[in-house]
Design a binder for this molecule. Structure first.
Ligand SMILES: [Zn+2]
Length: 225
C-alpha cells in the first residue's frame, strides 16, 4: 500500500509532520529532555484557577451525542466540533475505529448516559494508512523502540529484543478511509447492543483544512429507524 501513487504525497506529508520539519533520523539524535510533567501541571493549575462553575455539570452529556474519532494529535474534537465541558462523549483510539472497546463505550454512552446521536470521524493523512498488520507485527518483533518513517515505509532503527505478542492484536489499519468509515458505521449499526433509534453519522476530518466532510453512504446506513 505504501507504493500506491495516491499515498506518496500523504507519506511525505506524514514524514514532515512526524519529524517536525527535521529529517526523521535527525530528530531521534536529539537529546531526550522532557519538561512535560511540569508543563502539564502548570497548565492544570491555570485551568483550576479558572474552573468556575464547571463543578455543577451533570454526568450525562448535555447535548446527548458522542464522537468516535482518532487519537491523532492534530485533531481536537472540542475545537472542530464546538464542544464545551459537559457537552458530549468523545471516544478516541488509533484510527477512530469501531473496535469492541469503542462499542463498549458507545453502548454505555447511550444506555446509561442518554446519548442519541453518534459520529464516526476518521481523517485524512491518518497514521493507520501507513502500515498493515504484517508490518507492525514485524516491527514489534524486532524492536520495541520507535520506528522511523522513510520513503519506503516504517523502518526499525532501535535495538532489540522485540516481542511477537503483536501477532495476537488486530491493529485495524486503514487502506481506504471512506470505506473504513462505512465499515465502522455499519458495524455499529448492526451491533445487537445498539438500538435502531440511534442516529449515526460518518465523516472524514481533513487535516489540511479542518473541515468535516460527510461520507454519504455511511449516512444512509446510519439513519435511525
Ligand atoms: Zn489517525
Amino acid at each position: 500500500m505504501l507504493t500506491r501513487e495516491s499515498n506518496d504525497h500523504d507519506l511525505r506529508n506524514f514524514e514532515v509532520v512526524m519529524a517536525g520539519g527535521h529529517s526523521a533520523t535527525d530528530r531521534f539524535k536529539e537529546p531526550l529532555v522532557s519538561n512535560i510533567l511540569q508543563e502539564v501541571l502548570a497548565a492544570n493549575q491555570k485551568y483550576t484557577a479558572e474552573f468556575g462553575d464547571k463543578n455543577k455539570l451533570a454526568m450525562p452529556p448535555a447535548r446527548h451525542f458522542a464522537i468516535l474519532t482518532c487519537m491523532d494529535a492534530r485533531l481536537d474534537p472540542a475545537k472542530f466540533a464546538g464542544l464545551a465541558e459537559g457537552d458530549a462523549h468523545v471516544i478516541r483510539n488509533a484510527g477512530g475505529r469501531a473496535s469492541d472497546d469503542a462499542i463498549r463505550s458507545l453502548v454505555l454512552s447511550h444506555k446509561l448516559l442518554g446519548t442519541q446521536e453518534w459520529f464516526v470521524i476518521h481523517h485524512s493523512n491518518c497514521g493507520m494508512e501507513f502500515f498493515t498488520n504484517d508490518i507492525i507485527r514485524k516491527l514489534l518483533a524486532s524492536s520495541l523502540e520507535t520506528a522511523v518513517l522513510t520513503e519506503t515505509g516504517f523502518k526499525d532503527v532501535g535495538k532489540g529484543p522485540g516481542s511477537r505478542e503483536g501477532e495476537y492484536i488486530e491493529w485495524l489499519t486503514i487502506t481506504d478511509r471512506e470505506q473504513s468509515v462505512r465499515d465502522d458505521v455499519e458495524r455499529i449499526r448492526q451491533h445487537p447492543l445498539v438500538p435502531e433509534t440511534i442516529t449515526l453519522h460518518g465523516y472524514i476530518y481533513e487535516v489540511e483544512t479542518g473541515k468535516l466532510r460527510e461520507v454519504p453512504q455511511a449516512g444512509n446506513v446510519g439513519k435511525a429507524a
